[in-house]
Design a protein around this ligand. Structure first.
Ligand SMILES: Cc1cc2nc3c(=O)[nH]c(=O)nc-3n(C[C@H](O)[C@H](O)[C@H](O)COP(=O)(O)OP(=O)(O)OC[C@H]3O[C@@H](n4cnc5c(N)ncnc54)[C@H](O)[C@@H]3O)c2cc1C
Length: 384
């Protein structure tokens, strides 16, 4: 990494921190308690250059890399994990994919609006009958003359209630194809918004497609190439979303340290008790190990977007660690930690999503182990 790049990442971090301190953190309790999505604040991320951060300037983006996107995710994750989740779904899962896989027509038509915040996006893969087994999807698109007809439904979709544009995966005969679908397309409708235990304020909902007619130029990438777009997209998504949980872990560790130092029992600070020291030491070690793993995965994914081992391993460990760190932070706060005012129980509820969204912990373990076995059988060594 050049020092010029380091300077630019430092500036981005400072800008997000300032934005978070002034505008997001003051809203974070309301976001959680009222399940409130601050849509205008979200659009403001566009004027800061963050929504299209990996998109070249000629399409309205900032022309930066995944390392810059990871910095934004981490700092938003520190302030409000749910706001960060909505940001990741928009800017990585959809906007980055549209740039990487889209035709000139798709890039020119949609990236400027998505980068400015005029449009909000959702990625639609999960269905009522297919989650981990995503390729068992039932949504299908059939050719009819010079267009496609899309039918089916998607569920548990981040940003769905607000989405103007959806990146939708559908079965096309024996293959899969990714399509760009607009909320304004006839036959698109939205279902209910889910009330969730955590990540409240990041709106999650259902979307239905009833004979939606899509012109040929809404195919993302090549017809029949949807499986590759899904797999490469999921790898990048896992690494980028991991950074939300690094930010969340840092927040939990900081509030735990502050409380442990201030709280006195038996005539001394509870931070002096060996059992509390053990917690703080384990929390710090897991937080630092998560960062190293994610930074390695970030470099790996920039070289090879099909790198499933590093991307799955990074979010596997980071998400488990975030839940552990948030749980220990709550324990260090004693009874007060169980009270909403402390803000610590929100961190734990938000952290739990880390083991479910972007593929579950179980699927990540399978991905790491099965790819490791394949690679070892071929090379007789562990991939570096
Ligand atoms: C807040 C939130 C936001 C989301 N946002 C999006 C989004 O924007 N877009 C989108 O497309 N999806 C989204 N999802 C869906 C998410 O990706 C799925 O929930 C996830 O992939 C798991 O699928 P499932 O819920 O159907 O669980 P299932 O696949 O039914 O799994 C149920 C349980 O079985 C286990 N299991 C399944 N298969 C195996 C196996 N082979 N081996 C061992 N265990 C297994 C799972 O690990 C899990 O514990 C979101 C979900 C949530 C909660």
């Amino acid at each position: 990494m050049t020092s010029e790049n380091e300077d630019s990442l430092r500036m981005i971090r400072e800008t997000v921190k300032e934005f978070a301190r002034k505008e997001l953190i003051p809203l974070s309790t309301r976001i959680d308690e009222e399940d409130f999505f601050p849509v205008e604040l979200f659009r403001k991320l566009g004027s800061l250059g963050f929504l299209g951060i990996t998109v070249p300037e000629k399409y309205g983006g900032s022309g930066l890399g995944y390392d810059a996107q990871a910095v934004v995710q981490e700092e938003l994750g520190y302030a409000s994990a749910s706001f960060a989740l909505s940001y990741g779904a928009h800017s990585n899962l959809v906007v980055d994919s549209l740039y990487r896989n889209g035709s000139e027509h798709i890039r020119e038509s949609f990236l400027p609006g998505l980068s400015s915040g005029e449009m909000i996006a959702s990625l639609c893969l999960t269905e009522p009958g297919s989650g981990s087994d995503a390729l068992a999807m039932k949504t299908e698109a059939r050719r009819s003359g010079d267009h496609f007809v899309l039918n089916g439904s998607k569920t548990l979709i981040t940003n769905a209630p607000y989405a103007d544009l959806m990146l939708v995966y559908a079965r096309t005969g024996d293959s899969y194809t990714a399509f760009v679908v607009l909320n304004s397309d006839k036959g698109v409708s939205k279902g209910k918004k889910f009330s969730k235990m955590g990540m409240r304020g990041s709106p999650t909902g259902e979307i239905y497609f009833d004979n939606v007619e899509l012109p040929e130029d809404r195919v993302l990438g090549k017809y029949g190439n949807g499986k590759n777009i899904i797999l490469s997209g999921l790898n990048a998504e896992r690494v980028i979303l991991s950074f939300i949980f690094i930010g969340l872990s840092r927040n939990a560790l900081e509030v735990a340290l502050k409380y442990a130092i201030e709280r006195k029992q038996f005539g001394k600070s509870i931070s002096e008790f060996e059992l509390i020291e053990e917690k703080l030491a384990n929390m710090y070690t897991r937080y630092e190990a998560s960062k190293l793993l994610c930074e390695k995965a970030l470099k790996a994914i920039q070289l090879d977007r099909m790198n499933a081992i590093d991307s799955a391993a990074s979010i596997l460990f980071t998400a488990e660690s975030a839940e552990y760190i948030a749980r220990e932070a709550l324990q260090i706060h004693g009874g007060y930690g169980y009270v909403k005012d402390s803000g610590v129980e929100r961190l734990l509820r938000d952290a739990i999503l880390g083991q479910i969204g972007a593929g579950t912990t179980e699927i990540r373990k399978h991905l790491v182990a099965s790819n490791l076995v394949k690679s070892f059988m071929k090379d007789k060594s562990i991939p570096r």
